[in-house]
Design a protein around this ligand. Structure first.
Ligand SMILES: NC(=O)c1ccc[n+]([C@@H]2O[C@H](COP(=O)([O-])OP(=O)(O)OC[C@H]3O[C@@H](n4cnc5c(N)ncnc54)[C@H](OP(=O)(O)O)[C@@H]3O)[C@@H](O)[C@H]2O)c1
Length: 284
């Protein structure tokens, strides 16, 4: 299949470009090719590339930046996505839109399923929700794939931040009241690869199995990477000064993917695989 990947210099996009390369004809795009907020440039590039499928992984992912500049968040994540969606629609191409658990408000008592009502509680979540709306309205053959708490090799991520702090002997404070699903980009890429072969368009929740708090996630990372004796101070979100307000309880349940036989391994196993590949695991 001829596939255009936006955000191809990003954490997920770059991995997808590599992993889909052997089986598909891949065209990559990031800022150097076009800025998604420029409709003419977006339309011209996509028309010329003539993909059968667009995987839209470009986004402004700085959630605190989005909170400080909510209009810019909607411009990139909402209207930028609309430009990609309209270009896909004009070609009759299918589209994958990578979305987020932050389209939910996090007030639930159990994991969100794919068709639960959305209610974004912060500007990043709202901008990703606008992206979902425009894709659903303009692209008949679309996949909306929500994920959460991505960790990737090579990029900025929570695992590396915790290990860097432990290595530097810093005091580590982690929130206990933010709960979701840590998700390994490699597993998400495999799930997306399987999904696009199905032509079962719709909304999906692709996260590693299991639910955890930021605190328990951090504790597991340190225990596995040789820092079992390093303490972590448990704090409440209210004590952590930041511009954005993440949804407190926003784990996703992969029910639609499971019905197709597409599941991601438990998050503990995914963290182990990540640490192992980085040569960081010390516990058997
Ligand atoms: N990371 C997570 O924990 C997480 C969780 C849930 C969902 N998601 C979603 O998953 C997708 C991939 O995330 P990721 O972590 O791979 O993101 P990422 O590493 O930040 O990559 C996004 C890419 O999009 C590019 N981009 C931003 N604005 C653009 C514009 N106006 N025009 C063209 N390119 C632009 C970025 O360039 P610059 O870096 O130069 O800005 C970057 O290369 C996103 O849709 C994100 O919302 C991520």
């Amino acid at each position: 299949m001829r596939i255009l990947i936006t955000g191809a210099a990003g954490r997920l996009g770059s991995l997808l470009a590599t992993s889909l390369h052997s089986a598909h004809d891949i065209i990559t795009a990031d800022y150097d090719e076009f800025d998604i907020t420029d409709f003419q440039a977006t339309r011209a590039f996509i028309t010329q590339a003539a993909p059968e499928l667009i995987i839209h992984a470009a986004a402004w992912t700085d959630v605190d930046g989005c909170a400080r500049e909510p209009d810019k968040a909607v411009l990139i994540n909402g209207y930028g996505t609309q430009h990609v969606a309209l270009s896909a629609a004009a070609l009759g191409a299918a589209m994958v839109y990578v979305s987020s658990n932050e389209v939910f408000d996090g007030k639930a008592a159990k994991s969100y399923r794919e068709y639960d009502p959305t209610a974004p509680a912060n500007p990043y979540g709202y901008s990703k929700w606008v992206g979902e709306q425009v894709v659903a309205r303009h692209v008949p053959r679309h996949y909306i794939v929500r994920t959460a708490w991505l960790f990737a090799h090579g990029g900025k991520n929570f695992i590396q931040a915790i290990l860097n702090a432990a290595g530097a002997g810093k005091t580590i404070r982690v929130v206990v009241d933010e709960v979701a699903n840590p998700t390994y980009t490699n597993d998400l890429a495999d799930a997306l690869t399987a999904l696009i072969a199905t032509e079962r368009y719709g909304t999906y929740h692709f996260v590693n199995e299991g639910v955890t708090s930021r605190y328990a996630f951090a504790r597991y990372i340190l225990d596995r990477a040789g820092y079992a004796d390093t303490p972590i101070a448990r704090i409440a979100s209210a004590e952590w000064q930041r511009a954005s307000t993440p949804p407190p309880y926003s784990p996703l349940e992969n029910s639609a993917g499971r019905a197709l036989g597409i599941t991601l391994r438990p998050w503990h196993a995914a963290v182990d695989a990540f640490l192992d590949k980085e040569g960081l695991i010390t516990q058997g």
